[in-house]
Design a protein. Structure first.
Length: 190
C-alpha cells in the first residue's frame, strides 16, 4: 500500500475544465519556467487539511464527512481570478474561488467533526482556491514580482463554475515533484 505524507478533504474540479487548467499551467510556465506548477491532473479545492493519518483512520474520516454532505447539495462554486498567498513574500499562485456560505459552513462543521484527526495547518483562515504553482523560492519570487501583472491578466480571464457533485478524501505524496495526489475515497452527493 502506498504511504502518503498527508491527507485532505477536497472538491475535485470537473473534467470539463481539465484541459483549460493544463493550458493555464502551460501559459504560467511560459511566463516563467521558475514557477513550479502543481500536478496537472489533480486540480482541486481543499475543504479541510488532515496532515498525516493512519490507514485505519481513513474509513472513519470518510464516514464522518458523509454525515454532512447534504450541506453541499446545490452548492455552486465559481473559479477564476488571480490570487496568491503571503503578501510581500509570495509562496503560492492560485485561482480564487467564489463560494456561498454553505461551503464555509461545511468547512466549519467538518473541522469540528474531524477535530480528533486535526493537525495544525498553521491555523490559516479558510480560503478556498485552486493552486496553480508554487513561487516560494527567492528566484521564483523575483520572477513573480516581475511578471505579476501578466499573471493577473492570465488568471483573471478564467471563469469556470460548477455544482459540487462529490467530495474526495485525497492522499498526498509530497516526496514527488510536482506533488502527487490520489483520490482514495470518493463520496458522491445525492
Amino acid at each position: 500500500m502506498i504511504s502518503y505524507t498527508s491527507y485532505f478533504i477536497g472538491i475535485p474540479m470537473p473534467e470539463k475544465y481539465q484541459q483549460g487548467f493544463e493550458d493555464l499551467q502551460a501559459d504560467v510556465s511560459q511566463i516563467s519556467p521558475l514557477f513550479k506548477t502543481t500536478h496537472p491532473k489533480t486540480p482541486h479545492i481543499t475543504a479541510y487539511y488532515l496532515d498525516k493519518q493512519t490507514q485505519s483512520a481513513l474509513p472513519e474520516i470518510a464516514e464522518s464527512v458523509k454525515k454532512y454532505l447534504e450541506i453541499l447539495n446545490g452548492v455552486k462554486l465559481k473559479v477564476g481570478g488571480f490570487g496568491y498567498f503571503r503578501g510581500d513574500d509570495p509562496k503560492v499562485l492560485f485561482l480564487d474561488v467564489d463560494y456561498p456560505e454553505a461551503f464555509n459552513e461545511f468547512n466549519k462543521i467538518i473541522s469540528k467533526s474531524l477535530s480528533v484527526y486535526y493537525s495544525s495547518d498553521k491555523d490559516l483562515p479558510f480560503h478556498p482556491h485552486i493552486t496553480v504553482a508554487w513561487v516560494g523560492d527567492p528566484k521564483s519570487q523575483k520572477a513573480f514580482k516581475l511578471y505579476q501583472s501578466d499573471l493577473k491578466s492570465l488568471l483573471d480571464k478564467i471563469n469556470w463554475s460548477f455544482k459540487i457533485t462529490e467530495v474526495v478524501l485525497y492522499g498526498v505524496d509530497s516526496t514527488k515533484k510536482p506533488e502527487y495526489l490520489e483520490k482514495l475515497i470518493t463520496l458522491a452527493l445525492v
